[in-house]
Design a protein. Structure first.
Length: 241
């Protein structure tokens, strides 16, 4: 049984937390030579209830990440007006909820899932943005296609109706070793850069520069240093569950 959803701790200041994270992002952009890059902060609200979700929205969060589709359905009203990204593993039997309630699904990790999402999107007469999840660390505990498969999967998904590939997502290596963590993030950036080269040659259809969703509360600086355009932040804004 899933743990009950938490609500806002007494005295918790979401606005101040968002400002702190924004300052970290800005500093990381400057240090890495990417000043003005406009890295976006996605606030992950997994495990938090509707009141907490509404509070962080009111504090200024406009990009929200949800991992569990049952939670997303319960918080849909509280998150009204936000751009919702699915950032957790998506079972095929939960795909309809993801298509109905989100604007982007970051965790596409198989052709079978993409094909189901395509059918659902076409039936709903809407377009859904997706990202290809890549397992850059090679850990068995993490989902995602292998780096060598990433471009092929992305181009196959791009050809499906109702879906638009927006880039790549990864969950970094669970380590305090900066060199190893950054190596994985760098690998994802290199995959994206290869896609840009192929697009210039007309080999693939790339409507815009693909994004890189990588980095979380504990390592967002490393991810930004390697080219992240979206960082997914939970604890740093919401607190510990």
């Amino acid at each position: 049984m899933a743990a009950p959803l938490r609500e806002t701790p007494r005295g918790w200041d979401y606005r101040a937390r968002l400002v702190e994270v924004g300052a970290r992002v800005h500093a990381a952009e400057v240090v890495s030579g990417r000043a003005g890059a406009g890295v976006r902060v996605l606030v992950a609200t997994k495990g938090w209830g509707p009141t907490a979700a509404a509070a962080v929205r009111a504090a200024g969060a406009t990009l929200i990440g949800e991992s569990r589709m049952q939670e997303l359905a319960a918080k849909a009203e509280a998150l009204a007006g936000a751009r919702i990204h699915v950032i957790g593993p998506l079972q095929r039997n939960k795909a309809a909820t993801a298509v109905a309630l989100s604007q982007c699904i970051e965790t596409v990790d198989s052709a079978a899932l993409a094909e189901r999402l395509s059918r659902l999107a076409l039936e709903a007469e809407r377009n859904v943005d997706v990202m290809i999840q890549v397992n850059v660390s090679g850990e068995d505990s993490k989902a995602g296609v292998s780096p060598r498969e990433a471009l092929d999967v992305a181009t196959r998904v791009q050809a499906l109706g109702g879906l638009t590939v927006k880039g790549f997502m990864t969950i970094g290596l669970n380590s305090t070793d900066e060199r190893r963590v950054r190596s994985g993030y760098r690998a994802l950036r290199e995959i994206r850069d290869e896609a840009l080269i192929l697009a210039e040659r007309g080999a693939i259809d790339l409507r815009e520069a693909w994004e890189l969703s990588m980095g979380m509360s504990n390592d967002l600086e490393w991810a930004i240093g390697e080219g992240a355009t979206i960082v997914r932040v939970g604890t740093a804004v919401m607190g510990r569950r």
